[in-house]
Design a protein around this ligand. Sequence first.
Ligand code: ADP
Ligand code: MG
Length: 342
Amino acid sequence: MGIIAHDLGIDLGTSNTQVYEKKKGIVVSEPTIMVLDADNTRRVKAVGGDAKIMLGRTTEGIMAVRPMNEGVITEFDMTKLLLEFFIHRAIGSSYLIRPRIFVSYPCSISAIERRALWEVTMAAGARQVLLAEKPFVAALGCGLPVYEPTGCMVVDIGGGTTDVAVISLGGIVISNSIRVGGVKMDEAIINFIKREFNIQIGDRTAEEVKLDLGAALPLRDVRRARIRGRDMVTNLPQTTEITSAQIYEAIREPCMAILNSIKWVLERTPPELAADVMHNGIYLTGGGSLLYGLDQMIATELGIPVLLAKEPMQCAADGLGNVIENYELLESLGRTSFLKTI
Ligand code: ADP
Ligand code: MG
């Protein structure tokens, strides 16, 4: 039985969850999904990657649950089970001292929703829970000089939320958070195909189409793909061909919402810090930033360099790791004011 006290960092995203363990790095990286028995027992059949494989192919008697929506816990008990599973996966279950857990959260959530995040992490077995805003830890994960007097801008585009923040002197100076991310792009594709072709497609198909054909800029060479869905008139399986130009049209609105959120923050950024951002560029993190051409579209629209993080989907967890590894030092320097308890 381990007598060491574990420190964990958990980036509980709408789409994916990462767990960072002190001195080990990221030890869990899985989709935030679980599959359960649909009867009253609600027994967990699969969690994470195994559950995602079953998604869309769920037969009778089982159901898929995504316990987070737009960065907010929608099912407390399910989130608790999911966290317990991931914590167990990271450090096992035979520890004497419960772990201290650092958790990231999107700026858009309310104080009550943040409290729920604290409570669910405590309920899942934490001894102490410290919360940090996602763009701040994402900036740390990108290696940005967040404690310096210079201004850096980070845009974290996750599954359910996009957080835009300007950071300086160890804190967020100004931020904006919208409930738009990769999932809204998938939904936009579903609605487009429903409208144009009268075909209903599933979430998984929509995401696959986005990864395959999606772009934030019109492509010079049009690409095509065949998709399968259900004809809404006959209710029978149906296939159709779609082009990258159509998908570009379909996801334009969420892309514009992200651009406008960045503009909103820039317009309200103090002039000296805005000058730093113009000079140093805007950093993109989160899986949504991998959308083809999104970096270029933002750079062109704003006339500011845009840099894509090296491992965009891991930045927040890496940033939490940075906090964990340096926690004593940060405390002695008085640099932990970005961490909140409830
Ligand atoms: P969260 O932290 O909110 O769970 P992630 O940072 O893991 O979100 O990003 C997940 C989102 O990124 C999903 O909506 C996924 O479809 C999207 N995504 C991942 N890779 C790409 C890509 N290459 N192009 C476009 N979107 C992508
Ligand atoms: Mg994430």
